[in-house]
Design a protein around this ligand. Structure first.
Ligand code: ZN
Length: 434
């Protein structure tokens, strides 16, 4: 009850706040912005240094090395900062930094230390390609965002505003390839979200600083397993043989295609199919083998795919419809569908919309223009999604913009480092006033 009341009061306060027009920056806010300009060369150097440390998700030593560089930076600001080991979920672990005891809302800031580029990738180093652009593994996704978090906090520290704030920073070591079970690999985030009122993600979003994410679709995997009665092909359709597993899998997939396509912001995709007399399936390698002759009725078929949806409700509705379709089997076939662990959706709540409005006002007051929401159809699941069930407000995509993420041409927009850091510092400062 107490917590519910508190959270409600914060949302109401912020909604009123969001509608006030801020003509310009206050002196204190200008001070935050000036600090970020003044210290930008050192921030760029830090970014270059951590981009040059390989931290592919499965390079545990490298992921920890990035944390080892950042932890002293948080300690210097008064945070209790540490590396939490990830062996329980088969990954390096996470950086966690806490600053408690202040007044105002509790804020969870989310980054990640890992990249998709493992040590065997040809893409390993920071390379400046112009005054405003640099290539590098993870430069935008999301070591740039990690430095944005640090710069915003440093500016607040320099202005004497940090000491009475409540901030928890979680930089995961496995955003790109989550450890399992998710319950353990995402525990630092869900625990943080249970504590927090507001969650702020510093992913690079869609690369456009005029947008931010207030909703992301969640995703879960499914596996369809179909069995039929093996027999000579000449006997198919007879009462004792039936349709075989491949016809049954085709019926199911076709019905998914024709009957489930009514909902907005919902997609479901079969990504892999194997059918025949003998099928092997290697889930981990996303691969498998099949053997079957044209004159034999197929005994087994396996299909795997995903569902992307905007809310838990939608996921549950679709799961029920899929189960119903699967159960209506053709003669002499049997089918089951299993749903795996997944990423929850971040639904576009009123709280998230209010937070975006505050952020957009900050941006306008900085002369950087309005910020609009990203279409959730273009936004995949991310770490911030794991906070959605617990926080009053959430936003993501406040990191450093760039392009060609997850490719060897990943490029960061260097001018976004100070501009995004200023937005973040002033956003946190205005949120603190509540
Ligand atoms: Zn990322």
């Amino acid at each position: 009850m107490k917590k519910g009341f508190k959270k409600h009061a914060i949302l109401l306060g912020l909604s009123l706040f969001a509608t006030q027009s801020m003509a310009a920056l206050s002196d204190k806010e200008q001070q935050l912005a000036d600090y970020i300009d003044k210290t930008n060369p050192a921030a760029l150097k830090l970014l270059e240094d951590i981009v040059n440390i390989n931290s592919g998700t499965m390079n545990f030593a490298g992921v920890k090395k990035v944390a080892d560089v950042l932890i002293p930076e948080f300690k210097a600001l008064g945070f209790d900062a540490r590396f939490e080991d990830g062996s329980a979920f088969g990954r390096a672990g996470h950086l966690v930094a806490e600053l408690n005891g202040g007044t105002g809302p509790k804020m969870l800031l989310i980054g990640h230390l890992d990249t998709v580029f493992e040590p065997d990738s040809p893409f390993q180093t920071f390379e400046k390609i112009s005054d405003t652009q640099a290539r590098g593994p993870g430069i935008a996704d999301m070591k740039g965002g990690d430095v944005v978090i640090l710069q915003a906090l440093r500016a607040l520290h320099d202005a004497g505003e940090l000491k009475n704030m409540n901030i928890l920073v979680v930089m995961t070591g496995d955003e790109e390839l989550s450890g399992r079970p998710l319950e353990l690999s995402k525990k630092a985030l869900t625990d943080g979200a249970k504590w927090a009122d507001i969650a702020i993600g510093f992913e690079n979003g869609d690369g456009n600083p005029a947008t931010a994410n207030i909703s992301r679709r969640g995703s879960i995997d499914w596996t369809l397993t179909v069995t039929g009665v093996p027999s000579h092909s000449s006997q198919i359709f007879k009462d004792n043989v039936g349709a075989g597993s491949i016809y049954e899998a085709s019926r199911i997939l076709n019905t998914f295609y024709t009957d489930l396509r009514s909902e907005e912001l919902l997609t479901y995709n079969p990504g892999r199919i194997m059918g025949g007399t003998a099928v092997t399936h290697d889930r981990k390698a996303n691969s498998g083998t099949t053997f079957g002759k044209n004159n034999v009725v197929a005994e087994s078929t396996i299909v795997t795919g995903d569902i992307r949806a905007i809310s838990e409700d939608q996921v549950n509705r679709v799961k029920d419809k899929m189960r119903e379709i699967v159960a209506a089997s053709l003669p002499k076939t049997q089918s089951t569908i299993e749903f795996g662990e997944g990423y929850p959706a971040l639904a576009p709540t009123d709280g998230n919309k209010a937070l975006l409005e505050i952020y957009s006002n900050v941006s306008e007051d900085l002369g950087q223009g309005k910020v609009a929401p990203v279409n959730p159809l273009n936004a995949g699941a991310a770490d911030v999604s794991f906070t959605s069930a617990y926080v009053e407000m959430a936003i993501d995509g406040l990191g450093m913009s760039g392009s060609a993420g997850h490719t060897v041409n990943e490029t960061g927009n260097l001018e976004a480092l100070p501009s995004q850091s200023k937005r973040a510092a002033i956003l946190l400062y205005r949120l603190k006033q509540q």
